[in-house]
Design a protein around this ligand. Structure first.
Ligand code: AMP
Ligand code: MG
Length: 558
């Protein structure tokens, strides 16, 4: 079948001539999809369509070829308009010629059904009644088709690192809170402030195995009048010359006591002789740790082992916390093979899946991972087949395909899945082609495939979103000093540079590690921080103050 495809930002002609194939053609079927003046119950004046032109063209051709195998036709001509299309004008034109009308009708019907689903052309927005259509209708760029490949006017702008972090933070709103048992709460963000329900400790307690006597009692010998074990509660007033045998942790019988260690007494039956008194009273006083009602663990704290132990101490066994995140991660690229395979020339082992899975250990989450084929429609089907589905995921991560190469479809994929793209590039090295999108409370990232870029983008971008979704603190840059001079070629982008962390008294000293390219992860075993090197900065002296981001470690929950 002869196929002709056009994507254009100009109006589609009113009259399109049928193909010149006299004798071979018995049916010439034309279809026009026209912009309706109503969408979801509201009046609109136009719709803006966007496309990845090369990819859209390729997918339309593939679709037509596939359908024409079942319904053979002579020719098919498809013209899709992109950009702002006013109500009443043609968004898509399809002309099909065949010897008999049946094939043409069948091919057209199936093609139109599949077009929406399989081809990366999407409605960017509906322009409502009252909007300034004329201004919006002005071509914003010389060629809409070219511009579509580079992203829309608003999202194509390179974001600075700080702008990107701020946008991610403001779009990642905290998810509804849940109650979790202490055993399930490690690494979650506490969403309520826990106050002390009583004084801690609630009574005076002994810190030693020994003998409690009145603190003001100067006697040398005492009568042992009782024994108090750790589990006992035996309140009584002590008189001068009286002592009570106490175990470590035992609740003292009254206030105003001190405990003499058992190593510092001689005991004979009920008689006790104090050989030595320590300076310390060996008593944990009631309320000396915290008073009733004072905050113990603040909302926003990421619960580590210590915080959980505090909650256990005060009996808060079902704290209000962030939910466990549901994360879907897909790799892309036909060159990718699993790590256990031997790559053929041109192939490369997948290191990003384990990288992402391991970094995500810092956030309580359920991770589903998969690989997407390099065909847009097949990739969409793969995502649709996922259980639990994309609609149940809080975060979607796609590795690779984030740039503008002809096979890079991550942006189109995210848009087709309903994500609004907030930005698609940042002024950062490594990691420039980073896509960030939002769909309601869900967020998505298209991460540059190179593993070092992946690592860097996870730390400043994905971690910021995960903090936002869980109501936690986003990762913050700290201050340190370079441990040696930096000599590099100036780069117009800011760099997040992997480095070791050393200490000079209390000052972090940062020793930059060598990395050859954004695909080079050989420095990552040693990297403990990412140092922020300003744009266009060819050299920095030893001792220069710089900002750095700590690298995540699973120990301590992040
Ligand atoms: P892309 O972002 O898809 O253009 O990929 C950039 C580079 O990263 C290419 O050299 C890819 O082969 C490589 N790459 C993509 N995905 C992975 C992965 N999962 N593991 C390792 N390298 C990858
Ligand atoms: Mg790729």
């Amino acid at each position: 079948m002869e196929i002709e495809i056009q994507l254009t930002d100009r109006p589609i002609a009113e009259n399109i001539l049928p193909p010149r194939q006299p004798g071979a053609v018995g049916a010439w079927l034309e279809f026009r999809g026209v912009v309706r003046g109503e969408e979801n119950g509201r009046t609109i004046r136009a719709i803006e369509y966007e496309a990845y032109p090369e990819m859209a063209g390729r997918e339309i051709r593939r679709l037509l070829q596939e359908i024409s195998a079942r319904h053979p036709c002579r020719t098919a001509k498809v013209i899709h308009r992109v950009g702002v299309i006013p109500v009443g004008e043609t968004a898509i034109y399809v002309g099909v010629a065949s010897p008999h009308r049946g094939e043409a009708i069948a091919l057209l019907a199936e093609f139109m059904d599949r077009l929406k689903q399989d081809v990366p052309i999407w409605k960017r927005r509906a322009i409502a009644d009252g909007a300034r259509l004329c201004a919006e209708h002005q071509p914003q760029r010389p060629s809409n088709v070219q511009a579509a490949a580079a992203g829309s006017a608003t999202t194509a702008a390179l974001r600075s690192l700080d702008e990107a972090r701020a946008e991610i933070h403001s779009h990642s709103r905290s998810l509804p809170v849940v109650r979790a048992s202490l055993a399930e709460a490690l690494g979650r963000v506490l969403r309520e402030t826990i106050c002390a329900p009583e004084d801690l400790p609630p009574v005076d307690r002994s810190t030693r195995d020994g003998y409690a006597i009145r603190a003001d009692d100067a006697s040398k010998t005492f009568s042992v009048v009782d024994t108090i074990h750790a589990a006992d509660w035996k309140p009584r007033q002590l008189k001068s010359g009286e002592a009570v045998r106490v175990a470590t942790g035992a609740a003292l019988p009254c206030g105003g006591l001190r405990v003499v260690m058992q190593e510092h007494v001689k005991r004979d039956g009920d008689k006790l002789h104090v050989v030595r008194r320590e300076n310390s009273t060996n008593v944990r006083l009631r309320g000396e740790e915290v008073r009733q009602g004072q905050p113990l663990v603040s909302a926003g704290t990421k619960l580590n082992a210590g915080a959980l132990a505090i909650l256990a101490t005060v009996g808060n066994v079902n704290p209000l916390v962030s939910p466990r995140l549901r994360i879907l991660h897909f790799t892309t690229g036909n060159e990718i093979v699993t790590p256990d395979q031997t790559p053929k020339p041109g192939q490369i082992r997948d290191s990003n899946s384990i990288l992402i899975r391991s970094l995500l250990q810092n956030f309580p989450c359920d991770v589903e991972q998969g690989h997407l084929p390099e065909n847009f429609a097949a990739a969409m089907s793969e995502i649709a087949a996922r259980k639990p589905g994309i609609e149940n995921a809080d975060v979607l991560l796609v590795s690779g395909g984030a740039s503008v190469g002809e096979k890079d479809f991550t942006r189109a994929l995210l848009e087709r899945l309903g994500f609004e793209i907030v930005f698609s590039q940042i002024n950062l090295r490594p990691g420039r082609p980073l896509i960030f999108g939002v769909n309601g409370s869900r967020v998505a990232f298209g991460l540059p495939g190179n593993p070092l870029s992946h690592f860097v983008c996870f730390h400043f971008a994905v971690a910021t979103a995960l903090a936002g979704l869980t109501g936690g603190e986003p990762p913050e840059f700290l201050r340190g000093q370079l441990a040696e001079k930096l000599d590099d070629k100036p780069c117009p982008r800011e760099t997040l540079w992997p480095a070791r962390l050393e200490w000079n008294d209390a000052t972090p000293r940062l020793r930059l590690l060598a990395w050859a390219s954004s695909g080079d992860i050989t420095c990552l075993t040693a990297a403990k921080v990412l140092v922020r090197v300003p744009a266009n900065c060819a050299s920095l002296d030893d001792g220069t103050t710089v900002d750095f981001l700590p690298v995540m470690s699973m120990i301590g929950g992040g």
